[in-house]
Design a protein around this ligand. Structure first.
Ligand code: SF4
Ligand code: SF4
Length: 264
């Protein structure tokens, strides 16, 4: 049922070709990792978000979703991403805990596929989600860039109504969301997740000592410069190139002599 939820088949646009769809091999490299799934369900058993929300679409089905979102033959990419972002149990229900990556025996790394779906939805297709996850991510990274550690007092405000203090122009929806978040904040204080109540007062949060904040900013700058989407299934975690069965390393292919078609 969860697989069916993500429409796991191609939805090409335009008239079908006379024979078969021809796709350059390099265009399919991006989806090789998700194609490797054997549907064993290990990631689903390991997923804590599914335990908290059984309606969460889940790591296996979302990895399958990326297999079609990343397929150049599919013609419904935006519609698929909009659908997955605006389902309250969709891509922003994942808590980024890495459990599915550890559990998967085939190196599919479902969480990575979910993060790719998020980046495509938010950064490329500019889709805001129903869970406010995109703005929450932006708020989180913005605060760490500015302060080095997470200032909890700013997180809610920046997630729901960025600029509420500076511009004093919060939207009604933002005020409503902030008020709805109060019970969550109280639960956080009660359970010890938000450990220090004074830290919830704006302006109290400490800054990093010395020049440490400059180091953090340099990390951000390097990350921005290196926004290359690496497919670990093909490239290998250590940067070593891995090869599909029957494939030769690129260097070996380069060294192979050109066939002489004049010889008989
Ligand atoms: S990273 Fe997301 S999908 Fe994977 S186990 Fe954790 S919550 Fe579930
Ligand atoms: S653990 Fe890996 S191979 Fe198994 S269902 Fe999940 S993604 Fe597929």
């Amino acid at each position: 049922e969860k697989y069916r939820r993500v429409t796991p088949w191609l939805l090409p646009s335009g008239p079908p070709p006379e024979r078969v769809y021809i796709v350059p091999a390099e265009a399919m490299v991006d989806v090789t990792q998700s194609v490797a799934c054997i549907q064993c369900g290990a990631c689903v058993s390991a997923c804590l978000a599914m335990e908290a929300d059984p309606e969460f679409i889940g790591p296996a089905a979302l990895a399958k979703a990326y297999r079609f979102v990343g397929d150049p033959r599919d013609g419904q990419t935006t519609e698929r991403l909009y659908d997955l972002a605006n389902d309250p149990h969709g891509i922003y229900d994942c808590t980024h805990c890495f459990a599915c990556i550890e559990a998967c025996p085939k190196g599919v790394a479902p969480m990575d596929q979910i993060m790719r779906l998020r980046r495509l939805a938010g950064d490329v297709h500019d889709i805001d989600d129903v869970n406010n996850g995109r703005r929450h991510e932006h708020a989180f990274t913005k605060i760490i860039e500015r302060k080095g550690t997470l200032d909890e007092s700013l997180l809610l405000q920046e997630s729901f109504a960025p600029g509420v203090i500076g511009k004093l122009k919060p939207s009604l929806a933002a005020i409503k969301s902030l008020l709805q978040s109060i019970p969550t904040a109280i639960r956080g204080i009660r359970t010890g997740k938000m450990r220090s109540v004074p830290k919830l007062i704006p302006g109290v949060h400490h800054k990093l000592p010395g020049g440490s904040q400059d180091h953090v900013k340099r990390i951000y700058a390097t990350a921005e410069e290196s926004r290359i989407e690496l497919n670990l299934f093909v490239i290998g975690e250590g940067g070593e190139e891995e090869h599909l069965p029957g494939q030769q390393p690129a260097d070996a292919q380069d060294l192979e002599p050109e066939p002489d078609f004049n010889q008989t």
